[in-house]
Design a protein around this ligand. Structure first.
Ligand SMILES: C[S@@+](CC[C@H](N)C(=O)[O-])C[C@H]1O[C@@H](n2cnc3c(N)ncnc32)[C@H](O)[C@@H]1O
Length: 190
């Protein structure tokens, strides 16, 4: 049965209702054998969807999963349980640790797709953008979640402020924000 981003494995908890349709549409554009990284996994909902969608398209590329898994004590075990029940464990390279240090060891211009959904405060998002941007290949896609405006009472305002500031300073005007009513931001590296 074809994957449906609006009706996907309800038992995998997560905050990804708008990431799933985004991944659904993006996956056909991702290269077979590319380098894909999701930063901010929690219990694996968005990650599992991305992998299942890639498989549906015949793309069996392994996806790197970066998280420090220190949000709740049970997150890691739930994540592993979800990988087992979906049968996707062999399609994931788990990197347990901080986002910035996970970026540091990578070669510049080596990543085809990186998705940020880790910290949501301004300083950490800025640090993540600074760390991961050089690692994206020209033509690669850098994107993230919870770009939902700068209203003072928005708990995720740091995401939009940091993203806007980061790409404006670099003269990259190809920032796509909120495609199809999502809270996604996306930049294709020139
Ligand atoms: C919003 S959740 C990710 C949700 C997930 N994408 C989903 O589909 O449900 C954020 C995750 O980022 C992780 N995280 C937050 N800051 C981090 C950091 N600086 N480095 C690594 N992981 C981090 C947390 O442990 C948490 O699991």
């Amino acid at each position: 049965m074809a994957l449906n981003p609006h009706d996907y494995r309800g038992y995998i908890e997560g905050w990804s209702s708008d990431i799933l349709p985004y991944y659904h549409d993006l996956a056909p554009k991702l290269p077979v054998g590319g380098v894909f990284v999701e930063v901010g996994i929690y219990r694996g909902r968005s990650l599992c969807y991305l992998i299942e969608r890639l498989h549906e398209l015949g793309n069996f590329t392994i996806v790197s999963a970066v998280d420090n898994w220190d949000w709740h004590p049970e997150d890691w075990d739930k994540f592993i349980e979800n990988l087992r029940s979906t049968g996707l464990a062999s399609s994931v390279c788990c990197e347990m640790g901080g986002s910035v240090s996970a970026a540091e060891w990578r070669k510049n211009e080596s990543i085809d797709f990186c998705f940020l959904d880790a910290s949501h405060d301004y300083e950490n998002v800025k640090a993540d953008l600074t760390a991961w941007w050089p690692k994206i290949k020209p033509g690669g896609v850098f994107a993230g979640h919870d770009y939902s405006g700068v209203a003072p009472d928005n708990p995720h305002r740091g995401v939009a402020v940091a993203v806007d500031e980061f790409f404006k300073a670099r003269g990259h005007h190809n920032l796509i924000s909120n495609p199809k009513n999502t809270t996604i931001w996306e930049v294709t590296k020139p």
